[in-house]
Design a protein around this ligand. Structure first.
Ligand code: 16G
Length: 246
């Protein structure tokens, strides 16, 4: 960073200017992913601004997922977030492969159970009807991205339980093994927290770290619900975008 790059007389808050400068350093490739950035102290001295201001800028960028901290070590450049479109119905496997990332799933459990009231409602079933619950940790290049709990009507996916879904695409299996074509989906996205310590551990975050809770209902061509999913996505690794018309 050049010494005179902060305009101290201007109207733009200094912390805001510093954030922009840091982002530019990353975009120019001066600071690379997973590299340590200069310490707060170095930035303070180098730019002759207050330590508070430096901390403000860095805290903001950490919570935005641009930087991350390692206790006792310092602040590092984070991998850019995955920017996921919201208009195309796609699978995690497809999404990661398209980006040149290696998808992996760890099946945490897969079980045939009775639908509770909520799940039954989402899948247009009756309470107590059989559903297959698939609980998976999804990783990209070995980084945990999301925990996904899917429910599917058991009568449509008999013996799904005995299929090995480890490192496989559920959507592909639905199509190839069960000839179920997923045609549409509705989805909501909201902020949430890991449900319990074990979920937090799988995602490699703390219990009080916010995550994105995505709920999706996926339908076949004749509008039968085939899947109800609750996904907990790492909020520092994902953002969603959509194009709008007026
Ligand atoms: C996506 C879907 C999830 C689906 C999965 C199938 C969201 C929020 N969720 O992660 O509903 O079960 O893809 O992925 O997009 P797979 O075919 O790779 O198993």
């Amino acid at each position: 960073i050049e010494e005179g790059s902060i305009d101290k007389e201007g109207v733009i808050p200094i912390y805001h200017q510093l954030k922009k400068i840091i982002i530019q350093q990353i975009e120019k490739g001066e600071w690379k992913v997973n590299e340590l950035i200069p310490s707060e102290r170095e930035l303070t001295d180098h730019l002759a601004i207050s330590r508070m201001t430096v901390r403000h800028a860095i805290n903001d960028l950490v919570s935005e997922g641009v930087l991350y901290r390692k206790r006792g070590k310092g602040t590092y450049v984070a991998r850019p977030k995955i920017n996921q479109g919201l208009t195309k119905l796609s699978s995690f496997t497809e999404d990661m492969e398209k980006r040149g990332l290696k998808p992996r799933s760890k099946v945490l459990h897969i079980e045939e159970i009775e639908a509770d009231k909520e799940v039954a409602e989402k899948l247009n079933l009756k309470e107590g009807d059989r559903v297959v619950e698939v609980f998976r940790l999804r990783l990209a290049d070995e980084q945990p991205m999301a925990l996904e709990r899917s429910f599917l009507p058991a009568d449509k996916v008999s013996s799904l339980k005995s299929l090995s879904l480890e490192n496989k695409s559920l959507y592909k299996e639905l199509q190839e093994k069960y000839h179920l074509n997923l045609a549409s989906a509705t989805q909501t996205i909201e902020i949430s927290y890991p449900v319990n310590p074990s979920d937090a551990r799988y995602l490699e975050i703390d219990l009080d770290t916010p995550v994105l809770l995505i709920e999706r209902r996926t339908y076949s061509e004749d509008d039968t619900p085939l899947e109800y999913v609750q996904s907990f996505y790492r909020a520092d690794r994902y953002k969603f975008s959509i194009e709008m018309d007026k």
